[in-house]
Design a protein around this ligand. Structure first.
Ligand code: COI
Length: 333
């Protein structure tokens, strides 16, 4: 058995190598993303594994098919980048990362607290020897209502952690879960928009959810709402968010993911000249200039625990499918 592992970070490499050695798998490891220029690295492989920056275009998938690749295993939870419909049509088995949700959930709760307690302002000011309290009065979660959009594994973990803070929790999801009901009340999206002081988004990126936080949604929200998006950037309509921040309708925004970040995140860009509207992070740079807008480099997942299990997931998925015909990591569609 042979696999090609793309987008392998240095911290993932020993995990992937050790597991392949244990299973007797030949492995090609590359830092490169899968795309039309690197697809040849999969020659002779039964399966490939990537993270979220790879390009699964029809052409790339056709090429992988011709080479005899059978399994496509993303090590990310999100699989919006995998061209699922066409890949299924070609008969590939598709898997995603099923690492523990705690890292992202804890990060999201941290994000809520940072926004509520004006941490960007506090850290900037203190660094500048400005020890005043101006603009830093916070709120306590016990007095607030938090809305969790998407109460799957990550959303549910956020809800469980938040329950310890004594806030009222409202949840929205298309599938209802009994454990969620112990801590939160399921409502429709409009009720979340209307009643929540904080809204944290944990939805997958699908055609139906793309740009879901648009002008209409923002208009329905409470004045001063705190929005957390540590899921996928494209869930936000950036112009609606900019308008909400400029008008102060949105009290704070924390985003660990931003539209157009694919191909950019986790790579240094500090010397880039950001001059045109066409550049994906042009609007982000403007938004980041606000003291109530927090942006981090898609790192909510990045804990020792999750990183190790993501790397293992990529290898396990391919090994399980090729030896047992099925895997617990198969994409549910
Ligand atoms: C995911 O697992 O879906 C993530 O967002 C993390 C990934 C970008 C490495």
């Amino acid at each position: 058995m042979k696999i090609t592992a793309y987008e392998v970070r240095p911290d993932e490499e020993p995990v992937i190598r050790n597991l392949c050695e244990k299973y007797g798998i030949d492995v090609v490891i590359t830092r490169a993303n899968l795309d039309d220029t690197t697809v040849n690295l999969a020659e002779g492989s039964d399966g490939i594994t990537t993270l979220g920056q790879s390009t699964y275009s029809n052409e790339v998938l056709d090429e992988l098919k011709k080479m005899g690749v059978k399994v496509l295993a993303s090590r990310c939870v999100g699989y919006n980048h995998m061209n699922v419909e066409y890949a299924k049509k070609l008969g590939f088995k598709l898997c995603n990362g099923t690492y523990a949700p705690n890292g992202v959930a804890e990060y999201s709760v941290m994000a809520i607290l940072m926004c509520m307690r004006h941490q960007k302002k506090a850290l900037y000011n203190t660094n500048d020897n400005d020890f005043t309290l101006k603009g830093k009065m916070g709120r306590e979660l016990r007095s607030l209502t938090v809305g969790v959009l998407g109460a799957g594994k990550i959303g549910k973990t956020v809800i469980k952690i938040l329950s310890g803070f004594g806030c009222k929790i409202l949840a929205y999801d298309v599938i209802q879960d009994d454990e969620v009901k112990e801590y939160a009340t399921y409502v429709d999206m409009d009720t979340i928009y209307k009643e929540c002081d904080v809204i944290t988004i944990h939805m997958p990126l699908l055609p139906a959810t793309t740009g879901m936080i648009d002008k209409e949604a923002v208009a329905k929200m409470k004045d001063g709402v705190i929005i957390i998006n540590n899921a996928r950037g494209e869930l936000l309509d950036v112009d609606a968010i900019i308008e909400g921040i400029e008008s102060e309708k949105i009290g704070a925004l924390f985003c660990d993911a931003f539209p157009g970040e694919t191909g950019i995140i986790h790579i240094p860009h500090s010397t880039d000249i950001i001059r045109t509207e066409g550049m994906p992070y042009f609007k982000l740079k403007y938004l980041r200039s606000f003291v109530n807008v927090y942006h981090t480099p898609h790192m909510a997942f990045f804990t020792e625990e999750a990183a190790e299990s993501m790397a293992a997931c990529g290898v396990d998925s391919i090994y399980e499918i090729l030896t047992e015909g099925k895997s617990s990591h198969e994409i549910p569609c």
